[in-house]
Design a protein around this ligand. Structure first.
Ligand code: 3PG
Length: 267
C-alpha cells in the first residue's frame, strides 16, 4: 500500500465521523462495551493507543464489535506496525513520521495517518504522497490558527488535528477547509472509562442529566450522538443510555453536522 493508497483510505476513515476518540485503555474487559457505546453514538472510528500493556488485546476486543473501524495509535516503531495488524487494527496513527514506520506500513499494507507538526514535515510527507496527515500536537504548535495558516500555502494537505483538542475547541478546527476530523482523548478520558469510575458516574447519572439540560457542567464520557438517534425526553435518553445534551458543535461544513454531544454512562 503506497502513500497515495494509504491517504485515500485514511481520508475515507476521517470522513466517517467528525471525532476520532483516542483511547488509552488499561482494562481489556471494558474494551467491547466501550467500543459499542462509542460506535452507537456515531463515533465509528476508534484509535487505541499502544500505551498500555493491554493495548493490543484491547484492539482485538474492539475489532470484534460490529460497525466500527479500530486502529492503533502511538505507533512509534516498525514492530508496532506488525503487532497492530496482528491484533486486528485496520489503520495506524503515529505522532510523528519516521522512515522505518512509513516503510513498514507500506510493506505490511497498513494505512497510516502520519504525524506532522511543521510545514517542512508536512511538505516532506506530502511529497511522498501522504495528502492526509495527523497534525500533532495541535494546540501546542499553534492550534486552529496555525492549521488555518498552513492551509494557505499547502491547501492540498488534509488533517486530523490531535493533541489538546477538546469539545470546546473542536468546532473551530472542524470549520477549517483543511480539517477532515479531529482526534482526542477527551471523548473517553482514561480515568473515567475505568470500571470504578463508570460505577461512580452511574450514581451521579441523574445529576448529570439535570446539569446537562441546564447546559452548565460537563464531565464524563462525551460521545457524538448520531443525529439519527432521536431523543427528546429524559425517558428516551435513559433508554438509549445517553445523557443529553451538552453542547452543540453544529454545522461543520466538511464533515456534516455534529448535532449534539452527549454524555454516556452505564453501558
Ligand atoms: C495522542 O495521540 O495522544 C492524541 O493526540 C491525544 O491527545 P489529547 O490527549 O490531548 O487529546
Amino acid at each position: 500500500m503506497n502513500p497515495y493508497e494509504a491517504s485515500k483510505k485514511t481520508e475515507s476513515l476521517c470522513r466517517l465521523a467528525p471525532v476520532i476518540p483516542v483511547l488509552v485503555v488499561d482494562d481489556a474487559n471494558i474494551a467491547q462495551p466501550l467500543a459499542e457505546a462509542l460506535i452507537k453514538g456515531g463515533l465509528t472510528v476508534l484509535e487505541v493507543t499502544l500505551r498500555t500493556p493491554s493495548a493490543l488485546q484491547v484492539i482485538s476486543e474492539m475489532a470484534k464489535v460490529q460497525g466500527g473501524v479500530v486502529g492503533a495509535g502511538t505507533i512509534t516503531k516498525a514492530s508496532d506496525v506488525t503487532d497492530a495488524i496482528n491484533a486486528g487494527a485496520q489503520f495506524g496513527v503515529s505522532p510523528g513520521s519516521t522512515d522505518d514506520i512509513l516503510e513498514a506500513c507500506e510493506q505490511k499494507k497498513l494505512p497510516i495517518l502520519p504525524g506532522a507538526a511543521t510545514s517542512s514535515e508536512i511538505m516532506k510527507l506530502f511529497n511522498l504522497g501522504f495528502s492526509v496527515q495527523k497534525f500533532f500536537p495541535a494546540e501546542a504548535v499553534g492550534g486552529q490558527s496555525a492549521l488555518k495558516a498552513i492551509g494557505g500555502p499547502l491547501p492540498h494537505v488534509k488533517f486530523c488535528p490531535t493533541g489538546g483538542i477538546t469539545y470546546q475547541n473542536a468546532k473551530s478546527y472542524l470549520q477549517l477547509q483543511n480539517t477532515l476530523c479531529v482526534g482526542g482523548s477527551w471523548v473517553a478520558p482514561k480515568n473515567l472509562i475505568e470500571n470504578k469510575n463508570i460505577k461512580e458516574l452511574n450514581i451521579k447519572k441523574r445529576n448529570h442529566i439535570d446539569s446537562a439540560l441546564g447546559l452548565t457542567t460537563h464531565q464524563g464520557i462525551v460521545i457524538y450522538c448520531n443525529p439519527l438517534i432521536k431523543v427528546n425526553t429524559l425517558e428516551e435518553i435513559e433508554k438509549e443510555n445517553l445523557v443529553l445534551i451538552l453542547d452543540s458543535l453544529t454545522d461543520s461544513q466538511n464533515v456534516g453536522s455534529i448535532m449534539r454531544t452527549a454524555f454516556l454512562f452505564g453501558v
